[in-house]
Design a protein around this ligand. Structure first.
Ligand code: F0G
Length: 436
């Protein structure tokens, strides 16, 4: 039995936390200073273990409320205001922040009625500084890169991680290296990474290929990895669940449904739910629902078959490029999150993702295609009865509408669209014939 290393002393900006192998069967303690992502003994991913004292946790809700934007003298972001749940930062190091978090929870009563639900909300994480949920994790991950004194952060990406990492690296004065599958990342996401000054290398046809290469390159080039195998990423991302529970006045929804790609986000939200339960802040755990695109759904297939091993998909295919992933690195911890929350999964064809995205847009809610998979999945879960009549459901929207404008142009059929008119009153009126 290896003794746990001492947890870094709380600095008022974080909790005592230690790094450990995430596989309960192994549980080896790891050294935070070494900046490791996985266990040298068994190869499973590393995770942070926080010391939670339920007696002390009783005051957390009030403390968090007092730190709402505008009320917090320390000016903490929507992630760092939950410092009781975050790993501590060494004294003298400033968090690398862009004001992330504090995103809206929108109620959709029309859609709730349509689906015979008691309540339906979307938690829109696309309304973050770089337009995706990645910012919630990146603020913690790039802060850790700073704590460790690393010079270059790197990721493989379907686009959002790279946009986010490039921004936080620029904010921290670090260099950023991005590996992307060739021709598979939207123009907007690539433009973000380039604008923030990242080095972008196109390599391979899939995220999985680029990620495999990067994991081998990391030790050779001394790169600090900012993919979701980085345990600090998940710490920041888990705050989304804390924030949304606060917005629901601590009445947990029955279901919390999100799209799954590399399965980092479901692992993060699962960790958040578990810790809130351990702290005594919730008793009913929301069931986590993971939705994958049919052509990239190895996790759904594993769960549906009741299997204990994931069979990778070598040729993942979906127009929702953000989740075009066949070898999700986080599947073991995603599996644990679903077991702990008695979760569920669905796989949806691209056509249903499109219908769902259109329906959200009709209600004034924009998002990128991968995000709309959560609504497409909910529809399936309602049809199959997995989600019962009268449930309260929160859908997680992961990315901003402007992340993939080409998608909208490709799917204009049925919309009023764009017409050309003579630049006269009559000309414009004529062009509107049949519409007004
Ligand atoms: N939704 C969006 C918009 C994403 O960008 C991603 C992942 C996911 C959902 C899936 O999240 O991987 O935690 O299961 N994007 C990564 C990237 C892979 O590189 O931007 P996950």
């Amino acid at each position: 039995m290896i003794e746990p290393p001492p947890g870094a002393a709380p600095t008022g900006r974080g909790a005592a936390s230690r790094l450990r192998c995430s596989d309960p069967a192994c549980g080896t303690w790891l050294n935070r200073e070494e900046g490791v992502y996985s266990c040298p003994r068994c190869g499973q991913l590393a995770e942070l273990v926080l010391e939670i004292d339920p007696a002390g946790a009783r005051s957390w809700r009030e403390r968090w409320r007092a730190r709402l934007p505008g009320r917090d003298a320390a000016g903490r972001s929507g992630v760092w205001r939950f410092s009781e749940l975050l790993p501590s930062i060494a004294p003298g190091v400033d968090a690398v922040t862009l004001g992330e978090g504090g995103t809206p929870l929108l109620e959709l009563p029309q859609l709730a009625a349509e689906l015979q639900l008691e309540g339906l909300w979307v938690k829109h994480l696309g309304v973050n500084p770089t337009g995706s949920f990645k910012d919630l994790g990146m603020t913690v991950c790039v802060t850790e890169a700073r704590v460790l004194g690393r010079g270059v952060v790197a990721c493989a990406s379907t686009g959002n991680t790279s946009a986010s990492m490039a921004a936080y690296a620029a904010r921290a004065g670090l260099r950023a290296l991005v590996l992307v599958p060739e021709g598979q990342v939207t123009a907007a996401k690539l433009a973000q990474a380039l604008d923030f000054g990242a080095m972008v290398v196109q390599a391979g046809e899939t995220f999985d290929e680029a990620f495999h290469l990067l994991r081998q390159l990391a030790p050779r080039l001394n790169l600090y990895l900012a993919n979701s195998i980085n345990p600090f990423r998940l710490e920041g991302q888990k705050t989304a669940v804390v924030e949304l529970l606060e917005q629901l006045d601590w009445q947990p929804p029955d279901y919390l449904i999100l799209p799954g790609g590399n399965l980092g986000n479901v692992s993060a939200l699962g960790k958040g739910i578990s810790e809130l339960a351990d702290a005594g802040l919730i008793t009913d755990l929301p069931h986590l629902g993971v939705v994958q695109a049919e052509g990239a759904s190895p996790f759904h297939r594993m769960w549906a078959a009741g299997a204990e091993e994931l069979v990778p998909e070598d040729h993942p295919e979906t127009r929702a490029t953000a989740i075009r992933i066949g070898r999700p690195a986080n599947w073991p911890r995603a599996l644990r999150a679903l077991l702990r929350t008695r979760g569920l999964t669905a796989a949806v064809p691209d056509s249903e993702i499109e219908t769902a995205k259109r329906r959200l847009a009709e209600l004034g809610v924009g998002c990128e295609p991968a995000s709309a998979a959560s609504l497409a999945g909910l529809r399936r879960m309602r049809q199959s009865g997995q989600v019962p009549v009268g449930a309260r459901v929160v859908l997680v929207l992961t990315g901003h509408q402007l992340k993939d404008t080409a998608y909208v142009e490709e799917h204009l059929a049925g919309l009023p669209g764009i017409r050309r008119a003579e630049p006269t009153l009559e000309g414009v009126e004529r062009s509107l014939l049949g519409w007004l």
